[in-house]
Write a protein that binds this ligand. Structure first.
Ligand code: CP
Length: 313
């Protein structure tokens, strides 16, 4: 049987990405549909989450599915020593699809290789976050009217930030110019720079974060410094406040600039930025609902034609 799991965005063609964005657009027109009635969606969160879990669960509910799962592995039998393999095999007995966030890089890949039901990677360590990427692409498309030829500035923790890793891979189809703005300790890992070179993705690295640096940005993608991934908390303390976006820094920016952030925000965007029409992070999180409705349907075999047919009911 075809494995329909969503583990990484790296395998998605341009056509597939555009297809899913079109499906998300249909769900934005009409979020409530019974397309997944009688399906059970399991959400297994071995790491904390607000948006990803709640938007997947909202998506499942709006599609008529039922939801099971956990948000704290300490209250599951993994705290008694049950392996990830056994947990996945058990939950596969109960659910039609598993949405999983795990602290280990590669956990979603592993789960997809052993599970009889599809797996959706809701974030695996510092590796990938493909469903976030679909909502990021949808947000970029909605605000810029295109995904092509954009100047995309990624700021902050580019080492541990899984959202920027996934976004970079997905954008390979759309001729972006990336600007990586990070302190030396948190710069984009070599493997992703190599990926850019192999796929002819232009990138420029910066350590300065000033209003001049960001003047040509179409998308300014801010990220949180990921405290939970540091082994040396002294290093975290040293880098955590190096890059903070404030309202004054937007003075020279393009009119079409939109500021994205996967959230949660700690203090890398000051609250005065929220008042700017260029701030888009809360709408971005809302777009997560439509993107995740599309992902759940697609992984469970519902086509865009079926979604469109339902729109007309
Ligand atoms: N963007 C994101 O993954 O947010 P959560 O950690 O709240 O799910």
């Amino acid at each position: 049987m075809e494995n329909r799991s969503l583990v990484t965005i790296a395998n998605h063609s341009k056509e597939r990405i555009l297809y899913l964005l079109e499906m998300a657009k249909e769900f934005e027109k009409k979020p409530n549909r019974r397309l997944l009635a009688e399906k059970v969606v399991a959400t297994l969160f071995f790491e904390p989450s607000t948006r990803t879990r709640l938007s997947f669960e909202t998506a499942a509910n709006r599609l008529g599915a039922r939801v099971i799962g956990f948000t704290d592995p300490k209250v599951t039998s993994s705290s008694k020593g049950e392996t990830l393999k056994d947990t996945i095999m058990m939950v596969s007995n109960y659910a039609d699809i598993i949405v999983m966030r795990h602290y280990l890089e590669g956990a979603a890949r592993y789960a997809s290789e052993i599970a009889p039901v599809p797996i959706v990677n809701a974030g695996d360590g510092a590796n990938q976050h493909p469903s976030q990427t679909m909502l990021d692409l949808y947000s970029i498309y909605k605000t810029q009217g295109t995904l092509d030829n954009l100047n995309i500035y990624l700021v902050g923790d580019l080492k541990y930030g899984r959202t920027v890793h996934s976004l970079l891979m997905a954008m390979r189809h759309f001729n972006p110019t990336f600007h990586f703005i990070a302190p030396t300790e948190l710069r984009m890992p070599e493997e992703y720079k190599l990926y850019c070179q192999e796929h002819n993705i232009k990138y420029i690295e910066h350590t300065d974060f000033t209003e001049d640096t960001i003047a040509d940005a179409d998308i300014l993608y801010m990220t949180r410094v990921q405290r939970e991934r540091f082994t040396d908390l002294m290093e975290y303390e040293r880098v955590k406040d190096l890059y903070i976006l404030n309202g004054k820094m937007l003075g020279k920016t393009r009119p079409n600039l939109r500021i994205l952030h996967p959230l949660p925000r700690v203090n890398e965007i000051t609250y005065d930025v929220d008042e700017s029409p260029k701030a888009y992070y809360f709408q971005q999180a809302q777009n997560g609902l439509y993107a995740r409705e599309a992902i759940l349907c697609d992984v469970l075999g519902i086509t865009l034609d079926e979604v469109k047919a339902d729109t007309n009911k």
